[in-house]
Design a protein around this ligand. Structure first.
Ligand code: UDP
Length: 432
């Protein structure tokens, strides 16, 4: 199958940890590669965000990344990208002139708009070319599948006035959901949210995110700890990830007389030295100082993929305390490394982390509960080890990218079947 993926802001080639570079980049890169392993050919279209990028980059057998000129060739925050999306759609459609894909898979709501636009432009172009010989102007539709990664309704609910998404997202995102052929949700909570948006659940497939099991495993070296126990937080440094809650939990542990725990924080747009220039990095550093725990918090800044497994393996527990989480690949990476997870039971974390089996659930935004859960694991090494082992088994059994690619391929086939039975559009309908 020839698959076109569109990932407007999240390039599979980007470095991770910055404000807009995290799970979606990992997801698109790993899914494309796993689909290629299954014999498909995948082209990932993303916006050019640097002048130095070549137009086409081959990323292993069967996967190519194409940079489309759409807006300035520099980093533009994703919440400011909407005006450039028509250019992205047009650029993708132009690339398809040399051969259209069988399916289009869009990642994030704005890529859905670009995908629908590209399919419309291609159909209109084909129709114009074949108008002399067309059979009453019929066009075969290319099915569009959509993975939202995050939903504006959920973001708005949790972030309120701090949500910097463009105002039109509230209309455009549900419209994408209505118009695409199929939606691939990453967790059961998302299906519930999609239904609440008025989307027909029969057109939703569920395929979770996966974890790179060759990279992340309990076998291999672990970094040295600075104290007896180490708790770890990994992710983009944005308020909704709740890193401040983990620092506050560490302060509760210190108040209880525990001097044996350090907190390592991975993430941020640059090195640890750059963090003071980043508003969220600075806020977190100031919080650690205010709470008197700066001496036991280590900010690592952006860490490369290759270094991540050794850091995960060095942790006594990984803490994921987001306000909300569309999926969350970090807990899976921790599980694959055999490390127990303390997780706020929100979004995808409710599916991946099993309470009292692979980790402990805590209520969202509750540092005292985080501190209690961490203390329980640190004081019960056998329990922690059994959670870690169960986590590794679970990650290996359910969350390989090969398995996710298989589920995704099923969704592609359903969409293709649906498209095959769809009434073909007429020239006039396409023009609408
Ligand atoms: N990550 C990384 N280096 C960093 C920070 C994050 O490699 O400095 C990776 C992390 O290991 C995970 C991804 O970025 O693979 C974050 O994905 P997740 O789904 O947990 O969060 P999102 O970014 O989608 O909110």
């Amino acid at each position: 199958m020839k698959v076109a993926m569109i990932s407007e802001h999240a390039s599979p080639l980007a470095a991770l940890g910055g404000v807009d570079a995290g799970g979606q980049n990992v997801h698109v890169a790993a899914l494309a590669t796993a689909l290629a392993r299954r014999g498909h050919s995948v082209t990932v279209y993303t916006r050019r965000d640097s002048e130095d990028l070549p137009q086409r980059v081959k990323v292993g057998a069967g996967v190519e990344v194409v940079h489309i000129d759409a807006g300035p060739p520099t980093h533009v925050p994703k919440d400011e990208l909407l005006p450039y999306i028509p250019l992205l759609g047009a650029g993708v459609a132009a690339d398809w002139k040399s051969g259209a894909p069988d399916v289009v898979h869009a990642h994030f709501w704005m890529s859905g708009l670009a995908a629908l636009d590209a399919v419309r432009l291609l159909s209109a172009g084909n129709m114009a070319r074949s108008s002399g010989r067309r059979r009453s102007g019929l066009v075969a539709p290319i099915p569009v599948l959509q993975t939202f990664h995050a939903l504006g309704t959920v973001k708005r609910r949790h972030q309120g006035a701090q949500d910097t998404s463009p105002a039109d997202r509230q209309f455009l995102e549900p419209a994408v959901g209505q118009r695409v052929d199929r939606i691939i949700a990453t967790c059961s909570d998302e299906v519930f949210e999609l239904k609440a948006m008025g989307i027909d659940a029969t057109k939703v497939s569920v395929a979770p995110c996966g974890v790179d099991l060759d990279l992340f495993s309990s076998e291999g070296p672990a970094e040295e700890r600075g104290r007896t126990h180490r708790i770890l937080s990994v992710g983009r440094l944005v308020p909704r990830k709740g890193v401040d809650l983990v620092i506050t939990a560490l302060a509760h542990l210190a108040e209880q007389g525990r001097d044996d725990v350090e907190l390592v924080i991975v993430g941020g747009g640059g090195t640890a030295d750059d963090l003071a220039a980043d508003p969220e990095g600075r806020r977190l550093q100031e919080l650690a100082e205010e709470l008197g725990v700066a001496d036991r918090v280590v900010f690592r800044g952006q860490v490369s993929r290759d270094e991540m497994p050794g850091i995960f393996r060095s942790a006594s527990a990984v803490v994921c305390a987001p306000w909300y989480e569309p999926f969350g690949i970090v807990p899976l990476e921790a599980m694959a490394c055999g490390v127990p997870v303390v997780a706020a039971a929100v979004g995808g974390l409710g599916d991946t982390v099993l309470n009292h089996r692979t980790g402990l659930h805590v209520p969202p935004r509750d540092p005292e509960a985080i501190a209690a859960a961490v203390a329980r694991l640190l004081d019960n090494p056998e329990l922690a080890a059994s959670f870690g082992q169960a986590g590794e088994r679970r990650a290996r059994a359910r969350y390989s990218w090969d398995r996710v690619a298989m589920e995704t391929e099923k969704a592609y086939r359903k969409a293709l079947q649906g498209a095959a039975t769809t009434e073909y559009a007429t020239v006039e309908e396409v023009a609408l």
